[in-house]
Design a protein around this ligand. Structure first.
Ligand code: GLC
Length: 535
């Protein structure tokens, strides 16, 4: 709460064989014993509500575990479960053998079809073979999935982060997918053009149906609060926008915006950042709400992928651009990925072009303090190793440090989010130079904020008037990154002056600041003897 967080998203807590990090659910209505039991969950809910916070559950509608009762009954063709999954006969080869129904591949490597001896058919799985895909053309499946959501809504959860939504529906005719040029016959997922296994039109209908269900739930509830749906889809921007709405129907409240996680890289320059920002803002249908994702359990942490020096700039982007900020645990203190031995790796599921894309490194536990296991668990060995730097850098040390820390910057930025300008203000973006960009948040009658970020490797003199001519001469530093040379209250000018005391903004490599323009103050009269200062 101290960090300004009012809602948290719990990774999958359902009963699961845990072959795929809990994304292989064997019972939607049970808590896995690894995390406790239903009473523990109820206590968590009570404590959450006491703190006036909200909880969102990860929800995985695309597939279940192969241990789920529905799948076990489907194998046996027990109705109504016979068609709960996507079963197909094998294709007969000229030599009399059977082969896969078509050329579809699994996102996590290999074929997307696995033979089931007992049923004598193949079943389809977008992910690993232990995660059979549910069949969304079956009405009973849709009813049962909504029933599972209702179960948790009745327990008081505030909504869902809905997993892997663009994989929900596949082509009915099971057409082969075309290969990319020169890749004919490849078994590499990225070599197919996924015309028939991703982003199908019927997928949006399922999401709109989920939304109608959530709206009905709200209407029938006593408190009438919205129940939120956040959706996860790695796809292109136009398809993402359809999750919000197709113009007549509403879907996801927040389709995750991964642009700052995926498209912003160490190579990105100022113009790239501005175009990343604009691409979501300018494509979003009117009247909808934005969001910015900093990281998650599937991708490298900010400090690892962008460098420790850019962590505070990412806080400013994620939390001061308009909309909801999605912060992965540990990012508040700029945690690094774990460097793991091969015997410490658990996640062998995600195979791309024959190489395992290990997702354990960003999954290290939160570093609370300098006690054993960083205060995360009393168990001797935590589920993932504790980052070895925990004794030196953790929430406790970063909170009390006399020297400015990531967490202190994070907190100041989080606090700023309560300002009307940040909540409701307009956004303007500016490319200032090859490596420096800025954005402003403005709301008539309220404070204006200008955020300036240097993503380059050199110290930069920033003359803001060149791109923002309407700014006054003076600005005051409101928040500055740990690596900047400014403190709160320092004043900078928007242009070169002849006064030694008044200097324009200078940003060290990867440094960033939040500035407030001082509209009612001007520089004193210019003394004629002084020469202009140099950068
Ligand atoms: C989502 C999850 C990921 C999981 C996959 C399959 O992308 O974030 O962790 O492996 O879905 O369920």
């Amino acid at each position: 709460m101290d960090a300004g967080v009012n809602t948290y998203w719990l990774g999958p807590i359902y009963k699961s064989p845990m072959i795929e990090g809990g994304y292989d659910i064997s019972d939607f209505n049970e808590v896995d014993p690894l995390f406790g039991d239903m009473d523990d969950f109820k206590t968590l809910m009570d404590e959450t509500k006491k703190r006036d916070m909200h909880v969102i559950l990860d929800f995985v509608p695309n597939h279940t575990s192969d241990q789920h009762e529905w799948f076990q009954k489907s194998i046996k063709k027990e109705d109504p479960y016979t068609d709960y999954y996507i079963w197909r006969d094998g294709k007969l080869l000229p030599d009399g053998n059977l082969t896969y129904p078509n050329n579809w591949l699994s996102i996590f490597g290999g074929r997307a079809w696995t033979w089931n001896e007992e049923r004598g058919q193949y079943y389809f799985h977008q992910f690993i073979k232990h995660q059979p895909d549910l069949n969304y053309r079956n009405n009973f499946v849709r009813q049962d999935v909504k029933k599972a959501m209702k179960f948790w809504l009745d327990l008081g959860v505030d909504g869902f982060r809905v997993d892997a939504v663009n994989h929900l529906v596949e082509d009915k005719a099971l057409r082969d997918e075309p290969y990319k040029e020169g890749k004919y016959g490849s078994e590499n997922y990225d070599d197919l053009i996924h015309l028939y296994t991703r982003d199908q039109n019927e997928t949006y209908d399922v999401i709109y149906e989920f939304r109608r269900f959530l709206e009905d739930y709200r209407r029938n509830s006593l408190d009438k609060h919205d129940r939120i749906m956040i959706t996860e889809a790695y796809t292109d921007i136009n398809k993402l926008m359809l999750y919000y709405t197709n113009g007549t129907e509403f879907g996801s409240h927040l389709p995750f915006n991964f642009l700052l996680m995926d498209d912003a890289t160490i190579d990105s320059n100022a113009a790239d950042y501005v175009s990343i920002i604009r691409s979501w803002v300018d494509n979003m249908p009117n009247g909808h709400w934005l969001n910015w994702v900093g990281g998650n359990h599937d991708n490298n942490r900010i400090a690892t992928r962008m460098g420790d020096e850019l962590v505070d700039a990412f806080y400013m982007l994620i939390m001061l651009l308009p909309g909801t900020a999605v912060v992965y645990q540990g990012e508040e203190i700029g945690q690094q990925n774990n460097l793991l031995r091969s015997d410490q790796i658990k996640d062998h599921n995600n195979i791309k072009g024959g190489i395992v894309i290990v997702r354990d490194p960003p999954r290290g536990p939160f570093l609370w303090d300098d006690s054993e296991n960083a205060g995360f668990t009393k168990a001797k060995i935590p589920w993932e190793p504790i980052h070895p730097s925990y004794w030196e850098s953790n929430l406790k040390t970063q909170t009390s440090s006399k020297q400015k820390t990531h967490y202190q910057v994070f907190k100041s930025i989080a606090k700023l989010r309560s300002q009307s300008t940040i909540q409701r203000g307009y956004l303007n973006t500016y490319v200032i130079s090859k490596w420096v960009f800025a954005f402003s948040r403005e709301l008539p009658g309220f404070e204006t904020y200008i955020i300036v970020i240097n993503v380059g490797s050199e110290r930069e003199l920033v003359l803001l008037t060149d791109t923002m001519p309407l700014l006054p001469e003076l600005l005051v530093v409101n928040i500055s990154s740990t690596n900047s040379e400014y403190e709160e209250g320092d004043r900078v000018t928007t242009k070169l002056t002849i006064h030694d005391r008044w200097k324009p903004l200078v940003l060290r490599p990867k440094a960033s600041v939040v500035l407030i323009p001082l509209y009612n103050e001007t520089l004193p009269d210019e003394p004629s003897t002084n020469k202009p200062i140099k950068s």
